[in-house]
Design a binder for this molecule. Structure first.
Ligand code: DX5
Ligand code: ZN
Length: 219
């Protein structure tokens, strides 16, 4: 089953609780939490306190996307009863294997993300260990950017490797996803679809979530 993970980076923070309830009622399955430190990416977003303020206000699981340096130091802060994934960037982790094991030891699923210019081959020796691979289809740091099509080839390759070796990771895509290209990424093999501005920037958020889910159902 393909799941929709709206990114609250594009939400109206003055009414974050309400907007999260809205996407939950509309049928979104996951909340994507973009954490930026102003070092790994040229922007600062929010930290664990903001995410934890949603605990109990929604039943949806959190998909925590850490766009930060030294993620080992901060991963534990993002562990809650609702945390499904903690995702770190390959480019930020000189000891990626250790970081992945650390996240798993915290009792949550561990994911790895790669930037558009990073080759999939950098993950050759970690694919067996991860629960999720996040393919960035924009350069991380900001919402509302244009989809970079080379991400599709990475998704297709990940799907093939997964099937060939019977691996268990989910495939996620993040950046520039809208109603116009979501079908294509699902066909390529994506199972977790992040959408920020396409959901929270829509004139009618409820209707937009449902439009995405309708496309998932017929894909
Ligand atoms: C980008 C973030 C994304 C972002 C996606 O650095 O990782 O999750 O919120 O936003 P859209 O869907 O607007 O490209
Ligand atoms: Zn993200």
């Amino acid at each position: 089953m393909v799941r929709l993970a709206p990114s609250i980076l594009s939400a109206d923070f003055s009414k974050l609780g309400e907007q999260v309830s809205l996407i939950e009622k509309a049928g979104a399955q996951v909340i994507h939490v973009d954490v930026m430190d102003g070092h790994f990416v040229p922007n600062i977003s929010y930290g664990a306190t903001v995410m934890k303020s949603l605990c109990g206000k929604t039943k949806l699981p959190f998909d925590v996307h850490l766009m930060i340096e030294h993620p080992d130091q901060y991963a534990e802060d993002f562990v809650t009863d609702q945390t499904e994934f903690i995702v770190v960037h390959q480019e930020a982790c000189p000891h990626l294997h250790r970081t992945i094991q650390h996240i798993r030891s915290l009792g949550v699923k561990a994911g790895v993300a790669i930037n558009p210019a990073t080759s999939l081959s950098t993950l050759d020796f970690i694919l067996e260990e991860v629960d999720l691979v996040l393919v960035m289809s924009v350069n991380p740091g900001f919402g509302g950017q244009k989809f970079i099509p080379s991400a599709l080839a990475k998704v297709e390759a990940l799907k093939q490797i997964k099937e060939m070796h019977g691996l268990g990771y989910e495939i996620e895509i993040d950046g520039g996803i809208g109603l116009d290209n979501v079908e294509e990424v699902i066909q390529a093999g994506v199972e977790l679809v992040v959408a920020g501005s396409a959901v929270f920037g829509a004139p009618n958020i409820d209707a937009r979530v449902k439009e995405f889910l309708n496309i998932f159902n017929r894909s």
